[in-house]
Design a binder for this molecule. Structure first.
Ligand SMILES: [Zn+2]
Length: 241
């Protein structure tokens, strides 16, 4: 299918389910956070992002994550994020399942975002379970200091999913429903190798069109209706305009 045909299918779609991965964020200049090529691999050890290490020595995590947090807070949505938000403004029902933790979809104006790997937007107390805006602790992050719960004094943990930790179940449940009910499925910026997000395209009803825009080939390319290995920020706006 060529880009003109894809554009016509998108124009007719009313319920669109989207899966986004690191490729979406790297186009905004963010480091690829939780993948084989990302920050994860540039660190001396993945233990920094392991929940067991966090429990023992949270300072290690905060001293490493500080610069990333600052980058995320200052990052802006790119043309790809904007194009997805534009679809919603056109009156379409758009649900985005994302592996990214940077809130750039929300910043662009998308209203239904299922954050499969959690978010950097909030931190929570592991004891009293209260959530707080991470921005209130920006100076702790920047200085590599450990923030503590104002109520009980225990260490606050970012609400992104660490290695060794279970993924939040509700975002994935909602994402599956979105893919099941969609009349168009789009996969953007992920090579579909990270479980369980990579199972989502399989939930679409047979015959539902599948679009993939990703730098590298994915296992779903062969059964997709439209495939581009170009930049999301260049290709997607052409489809949406
Ligand atoms: Zn607390």
């Amino acid at each position: 299918m060529n880009i003109q045909e894809a554009k016509e299918i998108l124009a007719c779609a009313n319920k669109i389910a989207v899966l986004t991965g690191a490729g979406m964020s790297t186009e905004s200049g963010l480091p690829d956070f939780r993948s084989q090529e990302g920050i994860y691999n540039t660190l001396t050890t993945a233990l920094t992002f392991h929940i067991a290490m966090f429990r023992i020595y949270p300072k290690r995590f905060y001293s490493v994550i500080g610069p990333f947090y600052g980058q995320c807070v200052n990052a802006s949505p790119n043309a790809g994020h904007q194009a997805l938000a534009q679809l919603e403004r056109q009156g379409k029902h758009v649900e985005i399942a994302t592996q990214n933790v940077d809130c750039l979809h929300q910043k662009a104006g998308s209203s239904i975002v299922h954050e499969i790997h959690g978010t950097i937007d909030t931190v929570s107390c592991r004891k009293c379970k209260k959530h707080f805006k991470a921005s209130e602790y920006a100076e702790f992050f920047a200085a590599g200091k450990v923030p503590h719960c104002p109520d009980c004094g225990k260490v606050l943990k970012p609400d992104l999913t660490f290695f060794g930790e279970n993924l939040p179940t509700e975002p994935m449940r909602r994402a599956k429903l979105a893919f099941l009910n969609a009349d168009l499925v789009m996969v953007l910026g992920t090579s579909l190798r990270v479980s369980p997000a990579n199972t989502l395209p399989g939930f679409r009803v047979e015959g539902t069109p599948l679009f993939i825009i990703n730098r590298d080939p994915t296992p779903y390319d062969e059964c997709a209706d439209f495939v581009s290995h170009g930049q999301i920020g260049e290709v997607l706006p052409q489809l949406v305009e």
